[in-house]
Write a protein that binds this ligand. Structure first.
Ligand code: 5GP
Ligand code: MG
Length: 183
């Protein structure tokens, strides 16, 4: 299990237990909603690997398929531009499938809204979104998200799939980083 130096962590916002409990609740809801339909989970690399692994295993649904996309957002700085390039596309034909996009976190929602438009054009029977975390600004992009784990404050977070220069991704909890790291 991932770990961090205690002095690097400022504040733990969600413990491992809280995340796993919420995942079980989300899984129950998804199981109920997809009881009589096939389900294809589409994860966005790399942040969604943790939620994909835990959510998919918490589902009791018998026919859960999984596929992955890697995308990169064009643009300068740390803000998402909404202009997206596909680095790795799906292997699966989406026509007639019940697709559930699995995301780690929705910030501006620009990446996700591009993804929804892209996947919808491939003719799925249904298309919904599950995200573990969501920030307040996500409201701006008006993305319709059916399953949300937690609404979190507008701070830079690490853990449970969220990295800082590839560090802290494997932490089982979600935290903010100490200011000394940014200095
Ligand atoms: P957006 O919704 O702005 O288009 O982009 C969301 C993506 O930005 C997420 O998939 C994630 O990779 C990254 N992101 C957004 N907020 C955070 C955060 O607080 N911490 C980390 N590590 N990544 C974030
Ligand atoms: Mg992501």
């Amino acid at each position: 299990m991932g770990s961090a130096r205690p002095e690097d962590i400022e504040r733990v916002l969600l413990t491992e237990e809280e995340i796993q409990q919420r995942l079980r609740e989300m899984a129950q809801q998804i199981d109920a909603d997809y009881a009589d339909r096939d389900l294809l989970l589409v994860g966005v690399l790399k942040g969604a690997v943790m939620v994909m692994a835990d959510l998919s295993r918490a589902l009791e649904h018998e026919t859960v398929a999984m596929d992955w996309m890697a995308v990169s957002s064009y643009g300068s700085g740390t803000r998402s531009s909404g202009v997206v390039r596909i680095l790795k596309d799906l292997d699966t034909d989406l026509s007639g499938r019940n697709v559930l996009i699995v995301e780690d976190i929705i910030d501006s929602g620009l990446t996700l809204s591009w993804l929804i438009t892209n996947l919808r054009s491939r003719g799925p029977a249904s298309l919904e979104v599950a995200t573990m975390f969501r920030k307040p600004e996500a409201a701006v992009a008006q993305v319709d998200v059916k399953y949300v784990g937690f609404d979190l404050p507008n701070e830079f977070l690490v853990g449970y799939g969220l990295d800082w220069a590839e560090k802290y991704r494997t932490l089982p909890y979600v935290a903010t980083l100490s200011a000394h790291l940014y200095a």
